[in-house]
Design a binder for this molecule. Structure first.
Ligand code: AMP
Ligand code: GLY
Length: 413
């Protein structure tokens, strides 16, 4: 959507795409992890720039493969993608780079993991080391629940190979924020910060999901603090990777917990977060294609990223049951109505068309996103848009932005 607005972009192909991307470009029937197929397609069609969206192709080495074929690719190589693909790799690199994080330890053996929890009662966060679509993290309420999570991952193998190694982390308290930076290997430019809502239900209850809604900027990490935060949690990691002979090119995303002891990194992602990306794109004034091309050319130090000072907020419409089992194929109506007058933009995730009807095809189906002068207005506009969309057996969180609004209310009092 944003790349399509760029004066330098003539044509966009999206693989595999969905009903929404079909409106901004041409969908191509290739899976996101079909690296060979994607390289061949890019070659045959004279593609100038490849922008991988999800983490899987990055961890499979799409960036290396495109590079070998002489095609510019805005995404980290396979080595750097371990920052997201292996939580223990990320923790080791962070420790080496001096980036603050929770106390943490890695295990493959269930008995040792249980002993650790018993001797570290704050060690309540259990994480599958590998990729689990945002669902491989259990924040336990107590020691018994933490031990149950260990058993699930290491003994019952709930996440398969992704959970064969686990991390046990100190449970941090505070408010969360995501910082996204554009990196060219040496230079990191802060793009924006956002606040995601990972839990499935209102008031941050229920299991973790990929994200149920987000807004930008979060009041506790405003635009004028992004440089300082980038110095603390992004640039040291970039330097280490460059020293290791793997300069990081792409989006480096730090998931932060703002604790009383200062900011600490919960995780890194190596791509635009979803749904953080949607509100951030509404705020972005700079030419995205220009910025990404500069990053690929190693010329970011000459770039500036311009953001609107306004607030954007997006609410995810999900299938009932997500992040566990849910039905696909539900009909969706009302999108044009939600977007009428330009008051909201609907970004489709898991939905496709069968001839005339738009039908859900995934757990997170779409994200209704709105831009306004301030957070309460953006929230109001996004929910007004969402209420015009009808899908049976669907649900959404009704409180996206609540922490930011409470914080603003305290500041205004
Ligand atoms: P991650 O995918 O590692 O960011 O974890 C997903 C979510 O779990 C985070 O957004 C937090 O809400 C929570 N979380 C992860 N690590 C911790 C931690 N050490 N302490 C408290 N909450 C955490
Ligand atoms: N919303 C967080 C993520 O994309 O993983």
């Amino acid at each position: 959507w944003k790349l399509a607005q760029s004066p330098s972009v003539d044509k966009i192909w999206i693989a595999p795409g969905n009903a929404g991307t079909a409106k901004t470009g041409e969908n191509v029937a290739l899976a996101a992890d079909d690296i060979e197929g994607l390289v061949a397609f890019a070659r045959e069609n004279g593609v100038d720039l490849v922008v991988p969206g999800p983490e899987l192709p990055l961890t499979l080495g799409i960036s290396d493969a495109m590079q070998e074929a002489g095609i510019a690719c805005f995404g980290p190589d396979k080595y750097c993608a371990q920052l997201e693909g292996s939580k223990s790799f990320a923790r080791e690199l962070m420790a080496e780079a001096g980036v603050p994080g929770p106390e943490c330890s890695a295990f493959t053996d269930a008995a040792s993991a249980r002993d650790y929890i018993n001797s570290h009662p704050r060690g309540l966060v259990i994480k599958a080391d590998g990729l689990a679509q945002g669902k491989g993290v259990i924040v336990a309420e107590n020691v018994a629940a933490a031990i149950a999570a260990v058993n699930e991952m290491l003994q019952e193998k709930k996440f398969g190979a992704a959970g064969a190694k686990i991390l046990i982390e100190e449970k941090l308290e505070g408010e969360e924020a995501s910082l996204l930076c554009v990196c060219d290997g040496e230079t990191a430019l802060p793009l924006a910060a956002a606040q995601d809502h990972k839990a499935a239900f209102d008031h941050d209850l229920g299991p973790n999901t990929g994200g149920m809604g987000a807004y930008s900027p979060p009041p506790m990490l405003p635009d004028d603090q992004l440089e300082q935060m980038t110095d603390l949690v992004i640039r040291p990691v970039l330097r280490k990777l460059s020293e290791r002979g793997h300069p990081f090119r792409g989006i480096l995303y730090a998931g932060l917990m703002l604790t009383r002891q200062g900011p600490k990194v919960l995780e890194y992602n190596v791509r635009f977060g979803d749904p953080e990306c949607q509100p951030i794109m509404l705020r972005l004034e700079s030419d995205l294609a220009g910025t990404l091309n500069s990053a690929c050319a190693g010329e970011l130090s000459q770039e500036r990223i311009l953001l609107k000072p306004d607030t954007a907020l997006g609410v995810v419409l999900a299938a009932d049951g997500y992040p566990d089992d849910y039905e696909k194929g539900q009909p969706i109506t009302g999108i044009a109505d939600a977007e009428s007058g330009g008051s909201a933009t609907v970004f489709i995730a898991g939905a496709g068309t069968d001839g005339q009807t738009l039908r859900s095809s995934g757990g997170r189906v779409l994200c209704v996103t709105a831009l306004a002068k301030n957070l309460p207005q953006a929230q109001d506009l996004a929910y007004k848009g969402l209420k015009k969309i009808k899908m049976p057996k669907s649900r959404f969180r009704r409180d996206i932005g609540y922490k930011g609004i409470a914080r603003l209310a305290r500041a205004w009092r």
